[in-house]
Design a protein around this ligand. Structure first.
Ligand SMILES: [Cu+2]
Length: 499
């Protein structure tokens, strides 16, 4: 590598308010690989074909964004797989830079998973890769780019490379009349420097005083030196299924129907909420995995890459806004109309009463947790604006290298063993932490014991603690990271290796 990332960032002239984006370059993606396990001599057609390409996407009349897409559409095509039935997917990369396509939430091999840090070959620029894998586990998954973006807001998950995957189980039950997929996604990103707004919607809200004192002291030292707060990302346009509120087709329902919503947060960075005035959601699955206790809630909350499957009894006729609680984001598009048959008019929004989101609500009560074979301790911390104005993120004091090389694994696994990750968040941000190629069980959230809730992303509250267990049942390098693109790109990543 001829240039370090730091030098790149300098030469790219990153500054607050700088409207000119650096060109797409390979540096941020790690070493360019010419050799995707490209598929010469294919004789048969693939089951699915995806073309990665830059396309114009009309998110509202005459509001057209240019973004990288799958097959020229947003969201990418819904891929329906059958659990246990192998599929072949051809991925063509029609862009100038190598790509990684990540099968989020699936138990696949490192060759397929789509993370260069695990050793998945890149899909070469203007090249192709054919992959074959057996989908699973059943339920709502997603696919998205796993490229890093760094300071380039035209890259990584800031663009339109995301689509839903639905894997039908062998005994797919259908206690609903209609199934609706919702992809929540922002466009027109830009950098800001205001610092994040505090979001307190997670319960229990038990902050750890030692973590808070440490985090606030570090911030105070940085600000006292005159350092401004690190860059954050904000957006100009908000969409559901690629259309701003008021400009897409409404979800058409009939009174008395039970509608199953499959919600995917396809955001690079944002926590999202959803409410439907006069209705409630019966949550049946989190991250595609059935919950032990379905529970009815007035509001859904999802961090980046989280999914919720919930049924809604259509028992309140009208035309409503199914939308984000944040007034600004909803008014800039984060919503979709739900229209009952025979009703018309402007969709109506009514804010719900304050509601705290708690994963424990869906847990199995009174269950004694299985004991792990080993504990991993992880403390997450923020080094304010220390990476050319970007916050540097560390796990146990170490930032994953940003220059493209693969760091050695920091955690070691033995196949068949059960591990408990004890996470401590020494920052005020909520982090959607994600484990690749495995599901984890939530064991405790901010001190509250839980069992039976299996996920692959969880939101860890500011200055809070949580514990997650997973069984090492899928050998190969395994990436653990924050799913917030700015955080993962600036250090919040670590690798686990099977020994
Ligand atoms: Cu994070």
């Amino acid at each position: 590598m001829s240039k370090t990332r730091r030098e790149f960032l300098k030469t790219a002239g990153v500054a607050a308010g700088c409207a000119v984006l650096p060109p797409r370059i390979d540096l941020l993606r790690g070493p360019a690989l010419a050799s995707g396990r490209a598929s010469d001599g294919q004789s048969s057609a693939a089951d699915y074909t995806l073309h990665i390409k830059v396309s114009p996407i009309e998110i509202a009349p005459k509001r057209i964004v240019s973004t990288t897409t799958y097959n020229g559409q947003f969201p990418g095509p819904l891929l329906r797989f059958k659990e246990g039935r192998a599929v072949t997917v051809d991925i063509f990369n029609n862009t100038d830079t190598p790509e990684q396509l990540h099968w989020h939430g699936q138990r696949v091999s490192t060759d397929v998973d789509g993370a260069s840090e695990e050793g998945t070959p890149f899909i070469p620029a203007h090249g192709q890769r054919r992959i074959t894998f057996t989908p699973g586990p059943a339920g709502l998954r997603l696919y998205h780019t796993h490229n890093r973006a760094g300071a380039n807001l035209a890259e990584g998950q800031y663009n339109g490379e995301v689509g839903a995957v639905y894997i039908e189980s062998r005994d797919e039950a259908g206690a609903h009349d209609r199934e609706v997929f919702l992809m929540l996604k922002e466009f027109e990103p830009k950098f800001s420097r205001g610092g994040d707004m505090d979001q307190d919607f997670l319960a229990p809200a038990a902050k750890n005083k030692a973590l808070k004192d440490a985090g606030e002291a570090a911030m105070k030292v940085s600000l006292a030196k005159g350092t401004p707060k690190g860059y954050e990302v904000e957006y100009g346009a908000f969409t559901i299924n690629g259309r701003m509120l008021g400009h897409g087709d409404p979800v058409k329902v009939k009174s008395g129907e039970r509608v199953l919503f499959h919600v995917v947060n396809g955001s690079a960075t944002e926590l999202r909420s959803l409410a439907l005035p006069g209705h409630s959601f019966r949550v049946i699955a989190l991250d595609g995995n059935p919950v032990p206790k379905a529970a009815t809630v007035p509001v859904l909350w999802l961090g980046p890459a989280e999914r919720i499957s919930a049924t809604v009894e259509m028992n309140h006729p009208g035309v409503w806004v199914l939308g984000d609680l944040d007034n600004d984001d909803r008014q800039h598009g984060m919503g979709i109309a739900v229209e009952y048959a025979g009703r018309s008019g402007k969709p109506v929004w009514l804010p719900p009463a304050k509601f705290m989101w708690n994963y424990a609500r869906f847990a199995k009560a009174g269950t004694k947790a299985a004991e792990p074979d080993q504990f991993f301790d992880m403390t997450f911390a923020k080094d304010n604006a220390s990476e050319d104005g970007f916050n540097r993120w560390t796990i146990n004091g170490a930032a994953y290298p940003m220059t493209g090389e693969t760091a050695p694994a920091a955690f070691h696994l033995t196949e068949g063993k059960r591990y408990r990750i004890r996470m401590k968040n020494a920052s005020d941000d909520i982090h959607p932490v994600h484990l690749h190629r495995h599901s984890f069980e939530l064991m405790s959230v901010a001190g509250e014991r839980t069992a039976g809730v299996y996920k692959d992303v969880m939101m860890l509250g500011g200055y809070e603690e949580a514990e997650i267990d997973f069984v090492a049942d899928n050998p190969g390098l395994t990436l653990f990271h924050c799913h917030q693109q700015l955080h993962m790109d600036y250090g919040f990543m670590t690798l686990m290796a099977y020994v």
